[in-house]
Design a protein around this ligand. Structure first.
Ligand SMILES: [Zn+2]
Length: 847
């Protein structure tokens, strides 16, 4: 039968797509952690056998479910069978459908092979735009050939009702079952834990998942899961270059739905971590949590897969059942980029009750970059971490490490002693932390202290191997083509080359600059939140701003000559020298004090951190006009086409998409959109609030930032909160729509895509009152509903721009007229760069 054949082939494709174990999205994000809130939840099922079996026994039963050969249905085009979840419709038009054997009388899945059709109609513009970006149309409309479907909701009952109405009866089909079972066995692992959680909860949240083999798209996922804030997820794994991405086509909540409750909250962490001579970790963690709801048994921690949990136990040291990475929710992982450890409580939670969980785990998250340069791998959860970026807790850290190394960590250092070959140090958080980190190496260090805080800068004396090689290799382009690349004698260092610099040479200077950036930022963001800031070097090109601890790329420690030799463009050199370290410093407030609410809000902290870094760069060297130079660069970047595509970087998607901007279609989308457009958005707000004639023209902007940083300290800050805070200080000129609302701004610039392009046509005629300038402003590149206030200047040909006024562009064409004293030769659109737009300047059309 062709159905079997198709199923077999496609199941391979699905498996390949679902279980590919490649690295996920590389996020150049400069904050640790991810985005989506993961709360596991459960479904109403008989509790009897759940209490009789251990969680692992029950898990094995669920995981070993196979097709029931006697529950196979032959579907024909005459009786179209369908399932609807939210606004997603799945039609099973023709083929075979076989149920999995029931679990305590409840069916939790089926396999389909034949022909079907999936439809979805997201309503939100940002989701429609993403659907169009990935699928070429703003709706999902895909035929599929096979399906693996799992659920804890009533999908089976729903289907059986439809089969009954259509007079379809079950048939025995052992061939279909035995052909499908190997694939079922391998697919199950992705869903078994989710089903187990519903079985163990007293408040289950029934879910539905379908892996469909689309004819045009290949394998894709449809998920409807009330334990996610956004219940509906459509997307697929897709490879681009050497990386596999999870392309989220759409993720949204069903209108009228309420977000799932937060079940637990972590109160404090006590971490005792030994770094062994081979750089592996042997560690214990004690996490103290409070139940915020009743009836839950499963707690989900993030823990790197590189660390193996040896034991998990409760306050009385009784072992607790746990699952490490079994059935990892692949969609979530690809968005979050982390691995999970699920711990099962022996009894359902009681609201308000506190729980203590002990962990012992071992493994290696420390990378060796050569020449004694070590670092803690990016994005690894090196301890069991509960909750998301806005879950603040207190931390007690004990670190033990080899004596020849220096180790830095988040929190205030209490003490450090040596014992045999080890150093032992203690750190305690003096402010609530959303996350804790450490770094280590054969560091040299330098300190600057005043009464308020201490800055310690740590750097290796040697360069990491890869960079050292790069600096040693003479530029092949500068050699005649007949000279072999490698120099005689195996030494490929040119005699003319200066010696390689030591990152440690930059310690003092970098410390001074970082200290002055803290003073600069305190004006905007309030007092520096911590007693110490440890600045540590990290190989590679990324940085991270942990609370009280920075990872700064080696490149930021190098002089221009060495950066040049390493092949950095002048813009990249400027970025590493003038922006990156200070962007990370600004995260001390923006990200580590003001948390973000969901992945849709992460842009705010990145945009503030980056824009403040631009302001600091301009403040350091005013003649270099950093704000202008970088905004111009970002604008050009946003206008550039993604390689191999007709889409510009600015059209990838909205700021509010956060990590979803990194996809197979735009591997560096996060960086391009969030830093570039995000900085512009903050700049536009600042410009709109600016009072040029006031003593401090930025007083309103500064007040806004200080209000946010104190009002939202140690909690989540959302885009809606941001809009409300801007509305509280907005000027009448910002009220383009009326109603004292900034909805237009956030809708267009944060939840919308597109950069407006302007062109102006005008004529002048002389009157008694002066020169009357009449014209039209043409707007393209954005939806017709896009409104924006565009400053127009008159230029008399002598190079001087005189402000005529602002035209509120609404739609493709807006008429204007001004009276002025000089006859302009041309009109100039926004020469002060207050607006993210592109322009075509036009000479006057007639006298
Ligand atoms: Zn950042």
């Amino acid at each position: 039968m062709t159905h079997f054949h198709i199923l077999a082939l496609l199941a391979f494709a699905l498996l390949a797509a679902l279980f590919r174990n490649a690295e996920c999205d590389y996020t150049p994000c400069m904050r640790p952690g991810g985005a989506l809130l993961v709360v596991w939840c459960l479904i109403p099922l008989p509790v009897s056998s759940a209490t009789a079996q251990s969680p692992h026994e029950l898990y094995d039963v669920i995981n070993n479910l196979r097709l029931d050969p006697a529950a196979t249905y032959e579907l024909s085009a005459a009786n179209r069978i369908e399932l609807r979840r939210g606004d997603v419709e799945i039609y099973f038009e023709e083929g075979k459908l076989a149920f999995l054997a029931p679990l305590d009388g409840r069916v939790t899945g089926f396999v389909f092979s034949g022909r079907g059709h999936a439809l979805a109609f997201p309503r939100e513009p940002v989701e429609k735009q993403q659907m169009a970006h990935f699928l070429g149309a703003p709706v999902l409309d895909q035929e599929f050939l096979s399906a693996y479907v799992r659920f804890t909701d009533d999908a089976a009952d729903d289907l059986l009702r439809q089969f009954h109405s259509a007079n379809l009866t079950p048939q025995l089909d052992t061939a279909f079952a035995s052909l499908s079972d190997p694939f079922v066995a391998q697919f199950n692992v992705s869903q078994s834990l989710r089903i187990l959680e519903d079985r163990l909860s007293q408040n289950p949240k029934p879910y539905f998942y379908a892996a469909l083999e689309g004819i045009e798209t290949g394998a894709f996922d449809v998920l409807f899961d009330p334990q996610r804030r956004e219940q509906i997820l459509l997307g697929q794994r897709r490879k681009s270059g050497n990386y596999t991405y999870y392309d989220v086509w759409a993720s949204y909540s069903v209108p009228g739905s309420v977000p799932p409750p937060v079940d637990f909250h972590a109160i404090d962490y006590t971490l005792d971590t030994a770094v062994l001579p081979d750089n592996s970790l042997d560690a214990t963690a004690t996490v103290h949590l409070r139940a915020e709801t009743s009836g839950e048994r499963v707690l989900t921690f993030q823990l790197s897969r590189a660390l193996h949990a040896e034991t998990v136990s409760d306050a009385q040291d009784k072992p607790l059942a746990y699952f490490q990475n079994e059935g990892m929710n692949l969609q979530e992982r690809s968005v979050r980029g982390n691995d999970y450890l699920h711990v099962v409580l022996p009894q359902p939670s009681q609201k308000g009750q506190e729980y203590t969980i002990h962990f012992h785990y071992r493994g290696n998250v420390i990378e060796d970059a050569g020449n004694g340069v070590l670092f803690v791998g990016a994005r690894e959860s090196w301890y069991p971490h509960f909750g998301d970026q806005a879950d603040f807790a207190s931390y007690n850290l004990t670190m033990r490490w080899p004596r020849h190394l220096k180790l830095v960590a988040t929190g205030a250092k209490i003490d450090e002693q040596s014992s045999g070959d080890l150093h032992i140090g203690h750190w305690r958080s003096d402010k609530p932390l959303a996350i804790a980190g450490f770094n280590l190496g054969e560091y040299a260090s330098s300190s600057i202290a005043d009464e308020a805080h201490t800055i310690d800068v740590y750097a290796n004396r040697q360069l990491e191997q890869a960079l050292s090689n790069r600096l040693d290799a003479p530029d092949p382009n500068s050699l005649p083509s007949d000279v072999p690349f490698r120099m005689p004698g195996g030494n490929n260092r040119s005699a003319m080359q200066p010696p390689n610099p030591s990152p440690a040479d930059a310690l003092k200077q970098l410390g001074k600059e970082i200290d002055s950036s803290i003073r600069f930022y305190e004006h905007f963001s309030g007092p520096f939140p911590y007693r110490t800031l440890s600045v540590s070097q990290i190989p590679g090109t990324f940085g991270q701003g942990w609370p009280g601890l920075l990872y700064i790329s080696t490149f930021s420690f190098l002089p221009a000559e060495a950066q040049n030799r390493a092949g950095l463009s002048s813009a990249r050199q400027e970025a590493f020298t003038d922006i990156v370290p200070y962007h990370e410093v600004a995260h001390q407030w923006w990200g580590n004090v003001v948390g973000w609410s969901s992945y849709r809000d992460q842009w705010i902290d990145e945009a503030f951190a980056n824009y403040l870094a631009l302001l600091f760069a301009e403040n350091r060297k005013p003649s270099e006009h950093a704000v202008r130079v970088w905004l111009e660069r970002y604008r050009k970047q946003l206008e550039e086409k993604i390689p191999g595509s007709d889409t510009t970087e600015g059209e990838i998607g909205a700021l509010a998409l956060g990590n979803r901007l990194n996809s197979s279609k735009s591997p560096s989308g996060f960086e391009e959109v969030i830093y570039g457009k995000g900085s512009w958005v903050i700049h536009m707000l600042r410009e709109m609030m600016r009072q040029p004639s006031a003593k401090d023209p930025d007083a309103r902007f500064v007040a806004l930032l200080r209000t946010i940083s104190s009002k939202y300290a140690y909690r989540a800050f959302s885009t809606d909160d941001f809009q409300r805070e801007v509305e509280a200080v907005m000027t009448p000129a910002m009220d383009l729509e009326g109603g004292h609302s900034m909805e237009w701004f956030f809708e267009q610039w944060v939840r919308g895509t597109g950069i407006p392009r302007f062109r102006v046509e005008f004529s002048t005629h002389h009157t008694d009152k002066g020169e009357v300038v009449r014209g039209k402003l043409f707007q393209t590149g954005v939806p017709h509903s896009f409104i924006v206030s565009v400053p127009l200047y008159a230029n008399n040909g002598a190079g001087h721009n005189i402000l005529l006024g602002a035209v509120v562009a609404a739609g493709p064409e807006t008429s204007f007229h001004f009276t002025t004293q000089i006859a302009p030769h041309k009109l100039v659109i926004d020469p002060q760069m207050t607006l993210l737009c592109t322009t075509e300047q036009m000479e006057k059309t007639q006298e």
